[in-house]
Structure formats: C-alpha cells, structure tokens
Design a protein around this ligand. Structure first.
Ligand code: PXG
Length: 454
C-alpha cells in the first residue's frame, strides 16, 4: 500500500516496534504494516489515508447498530461519572448489571431468565465449561465431564475457548484441546459433502453426535456445544436436515446443549438468536459481540431456569471475572438493546434488508469464479472455485487472500476463510449500501479472476 499521510508510516512503525497483534502473521505484518483505521460512521470506516471503506464484516461480526451512535457514548459517559466500577462478587451488585440481566432475559428464548456476565465470548465459553461440569457434579454425576464440540467451530481464544473450538491451527499452538473435549464433523456440505446430497450429508453429520455419545457413554458426556451457524469457520449454514436431526438426538440423551450465540445472537439471522431461527432449545447460550454492538467489551452466558435451579442449590460457584457485568459495559449494552428494540432493527432485517441482501448476493453465483453463494439474515458466504461442478478449488493459489486484498483496495471489507469469502455487515445497512456492497464484491471477483488467469 502506498502511503500519502506521514502519520500512517509513524503508526505503522509503532506497530512493528511495540505491538503484538491478535491473529496476525507477524512476519508479514512487519513487512507491510497494518492498515490504520481511524474513524467510522454508519457502515463505513475511514483509514489513515482517507480511504472510505464499506465494512462488510461489522468490525468482527459485532457492530450491529452501526458505528457512531452518540447514545452509546452518552450512556458510557454518564455511567462512568455515576459509578465507573464496582464488582458483583461476594454479595454485592449494582443497577446496570441487574437491569441488563432483566432485559437480556426479556429478549432471550422462553425459560432462560438468568445471565452470568463476562468480559468476552471466550470468557463466556470458559464459564460454560465450568458451569456444565459444576451442574453435573451437583446432580450427583461428577463423571459427566466431556464436552462434544465440532471441528472448525470457533468458541474463542482462551485455553477453554480454543479447546472447545475446532480450529486445527489453534490446537497446534499450545497442546490443545485440553482433556475432556472431543470434536465431531462439521455440517459443511460444500467443503466436505462429497457425493452426498446436502440433506443426506446433514443427517450424516448430525449422526456423528449420536455416535460420539454412544462411543463415550452418555454417563461421561456433559454437553454438546455448537454455533447455530458457524461464523469464523466460513459462514457454514447447515443443510436443512441437520438441526432437526440434532434435536432428535439431544432429546434421546441426558446431556446439556450449549448454543454459542456470540455471532448469531442479537439479530444476525433476523431473529434475536440463532436458536430462535432454528427452533433450538438450548440449556445455555453464550453471548457477546452484538450485546454491546462492540462499542465496549462484554459477554455472558444465558442459562435455562432448570439449570439455574440446580446451581442455586449448590452453594458457592467459584468462578467470576473482575469485569463480570462491568457497570459501564452494562449501561452501553442496555442502550444498545434499547436501540435494537425501539428502532425495530431486527424486524427490519427479517422482513426487508436481509431478503434484499440475500437476493442480490445470489446474483454473484453466476460469476465464473463462484461455486456457491449461501447466506441467511445478515450473513453471507461466497465459495471461490476452479470448477463449479466438482467444487474443486484453485489449489495453492490463495485465491481468497487475493480477493480480500482487492476488496480492501477497492473500499470493501470482506473476510477470506481459505477460499470462502464471507460477509456480515452491520444490521442497519441500507438498500443502497447493500447495492454498494454487491457491486464492489462483483468488481473484486472480476479482478481476482483476472489476476489468477494472468
Ligand atoms: N464464540 C464465537 C461463535 C465467536 O465467533 C467467540 C466465541 C469468542 O469471543 P471473543 O469475544 O472472546 O473474541 C467468537 C469470536 C474471525 C474471528 O476470524 C471471530 C471471532 C473472534 C476473532 C476472529 O472471524 N469470534
């Protein structure tokens, strides 16, 4: 990237000299320097070179209500002046956390009226692991410890989060997963479905859960955790047959079901939660991201009343974070949820903008580089292939990264997960901005095709 603003180079130098970035290739980062994002409004970002960029990823899947809402800044500022910090430990509490717990319970699926707050989604899933084991111990079955998860699922980057997740690159760094966590196949038909139809494959993938439960013995299994739609794995929307079959299996065995709603929660599917969209009945739900629209860090675990009843009988739960239910974060979350409700943002996604985005996105399926376009709500994926029929990839070319770079250079942020391009724009994206997103994506697909054809 050629720079015009001397300040850009100065900031890039600071990056090399002092900063260790999350999820980055350090060697590459040192050579090229990061793009410096300096401000944002609505669905757009500006970098330090003055380029305006459409944020097709809502930050990292989180900026539901869009950037630049003064109400959230005001809520934070007011709360900082009133009570900037206090904790929820040892029999104390404060109004913002309690009021937020009530509001979260109002939007959560029926029968889930308690929430444990954390600072992030990863901490939420650490909490899940502690909670489900604590639950079974209290139920007199302390040997029920194993959590079944899925390959290529993402559940965070702490030791428990990365262990629950099924990302091989993360497991390799740090001897993960920790004991007591096992993984089954993911319902990724496009990548792994072979000659099966999507529905046949969905049944096959769901049946892996039952096989694993039987192999381990149900008396050993504490829970199954899954994202309703895998986000970081590549916007993997299970075949229609998958969730109904999983529900049948879960009904047969006495294990807990944890829906990781960190990405799907707070409206991304056009419902409050992915579990609402698929009619799932989770015992626990991990939340973060859309809870505060990313304006401030916060996560949590929403817990079904039957589970709460058991842990309420259990005395001390020896778990918690300094920033659990942080008052400023809670005040921001309250304001964020107020805006989502009052402005009927999720209803608008469901009835208007998501159908339009999905219709326009599918126009890209005609492109010679595209093997499949899938999407739901404000989520989309575009599979880049060499052969549309066989779904064969352009092996070894790094087509996804090439396309991602063209996007960046042409004012659009689209993520590449291997050769899958993904989008998750802010929920407030307008029709005209959806048009802008699609036209830019089409241009970048053209440029990518040109580049790989030499
Ligand atoms: N669960 C899910 C489903 C997530 O997507 C987490 C848990 C962890 O949340 P925290 O707040 O601890 O980051 C996430 C986070 C990516 C990417 O590459 C996705 C996430 C985080 C970082 C990168 O798309 N999701």
């Amino acid at each position: 990237m050629t720079t015009h603003n001397p300040q850009t180079l100065a900031w890039q130098a600071l990056s090399g000299e002092h900063h260790l970035a999350p999820f980055s290739d350090y060697k590459q980062l040192k050579e090229k320097g990061p793009r410096i994002i300096t401000k944002a409004h609505g669905v757009h970002l500006w970098d330090s070179e003055g380029n305006k960029i459409l944020d097709g990823m809502a930050g990292l899947w989180c900026v539901a209500i869009g950037y630049g809402r003064d109400e959230l800044a005001d809520a934070a500022s007011q709360q900082m002046r009133e009570l900037p910090y206090y904790n929820l430990f040892f029999q104390t509490a404060h109004p913002p956390a309690l009021e937020l717990a009530k509001v979260v319970a109002e939007v959560a699926p029926e029968g889930m009226s308690h929430v444990f707050f954390t600072g992030s989604g990863s901490e939420g899933n650490d909490t899940v692991l502690r909670l489900v084991r604590h639950y079974w111990t209290l139920k007199g079955q302390p040997q029920k410890k194993v959590v079944i998860s899925r390959l290529n699922g993402y559940h965070g980057s702490t030791v428990a989060g990365a262990s629950l997740g099924g990302m091989s690159g993360m497991h390799e760094q740090g001897d993960l997963p920790i004991p007591g966590i096992v993984h089954i196949a993911q319902p990724y038909w496009f990548g792994e479905g072979g000659d099966m139809s999507p529905d046949e494959f969905g049944i096959w993938a769901a049946d892996q859960l039952e096989q694993k439960i039987l192999e381990l013995g149900v008396d050993q299994v504490a829970a199954f955790i899954a994202e309703p739609i895998q986000g970081a794995g590549g916007v993997i929307i299970p075949p229609d047959s998958y969730w109904p079959r999983i529900k049948e299996i879960l009904a047969r065995y006495d294990i807990l079901f944890v829906a990781d709603e960190v990405i799907c929660g707070f409206g991304r599917t056009g419902e409050w939660f992915g579990s609402d969209y698929y009619g799932l009945k989770p015992d626990l739900m991990t939340i973060a991201k859309g809870l505060t629209s990313g304006y401030i860090p916060m996560g949590g675990v929403i817990v079904r009343n039957e589970v709460v009843k058991v842990i309420n009988e259990g005395g001390d739960f020896n778990h918690g974070f300094t920033y659990s239910g942080h008052p400023v974060a809670a005040a921001v979350a309250l304001e964020n949820i107020r805006i989502l409700r009052d402005e009927k943002i999720i209803e608008r996604v469901k009835s208007k903008t998501a159908p339009y985005l999905q219709k326009r996105l599918r126009e890209l399926a005609e492109h010679p580089l595209v093997g499949e376009v899938r999407g739901l709500g404000m989520l989309g994926a575009i599979e880049l292939v060499a052969d549309k029929q066989t779904r064969q990839r352009h092996e070894g070319l790094g087509v996804g990264m090439i396309c991602r770079q063209f996007c960046f250079d042409n004012g659009l942020i689209m993520r590449a997960v291997g050769d899958t391009m993904i989008i998750a724009p802010p929920l407030v994206i307008s029709f005209a901005e959806i048009d802008e997103l699609i036209e830019k994506a089409r241009l970048c697909l053209d440029l990518t095709l040109e580049a790989i054809n030499g």
